[in-house]
Design a binder for this molecule. Structure first.
Ligand code: K1U
Ligand code: ZN
Length: 178
């Protein structure tokens, strides 16, 4: 297994709609396992394939407590088949928007269908932080970031800060070494 580099915003790959997976073959399973390892190492509670530069509909999630037993979910082509009328608000973070957080309102309970790592079609229900995290990861597959759910004022402030810190990390061309 391998830890993959995580892309941070702004990056055009984070704004793309991802293509469905045809079959969960050994290569896809390997990517799912690498994504899970990358998520645990970050650390995070979820990760979507575009965050590691792969524009395919794959997500991994594990919201179990650090001291408890791991409960990983690896999903291809996840689709919501039911969402509750009731909403909930949660302070979300994102490994692609490091050190930025905001309250996001989403449906409190969901039911989804997906393909698991054995290429079997499954359905599951989720609530609490698991439902929030799955919806956040599914948004990534549509090129949507949590900042797209908040006011334009807060979004632009966060994106400007990220751009500034990205530019500060990169040496300017005239100072670059060869
Ligand atoms: O998609 C991502 O970038 C991962 C993101 C998932 C997420 C967090 C909060 C609400 C919805 C979705 C993260 O995992 S950010 C890091 C984080 O939340 C965390 C890290 C360590 C322990 C507990 C939480
Ligand atoms: Zn995210």
């Amino acid at each position: 297994m391998a830890i993959l580099p995580i892309i941070t915003a702004p990056d055009p790959r984070l704004k793309k709609v991802c293509k469905p997976v045809e079959t969960v073959d050994p290569e896809t399973r390997r990517l799912m396992e690498d994504m899970l390892e990358t998520m645990y190492a970050a650390p995070g509670i979820g990760l979507a394939a575009p965050q590691v530069g792969v524009l395919r509909r794959i997500i991994v999630v594990d919201v179990s407590k650090e001291d408890g037993q791991r409960q990983p979910h690896m999903m291809a082509n996840p689709e919501l088949i039911r969402v509750s009328d009731e909403d909930t608000s949660y302070e979300e973070g994102c490994l692609s928007l490091p050190e930025h957080y905001a309250e996001v309102v989403r449906p409190a309970e969901i039911k989804l269908r997906y393909i698991d790592k054995e290429n079997e079609i499954r359905e599951m229900a989720a609530d609490g932080v698991l439902a929030t995290c799955i919806q956040h990861e599914m948004d990534h597959l549509e090129g949507i970031l949590f900042v797209d759910h908040i006011s334009a004022l807060k979004r632009n402030m966060i994106l400007r800060r990220l751009l500034k810190s990205k530019r500060a990390d990169k040496p300017m061309a005239k100072y670059a070494t060869v």
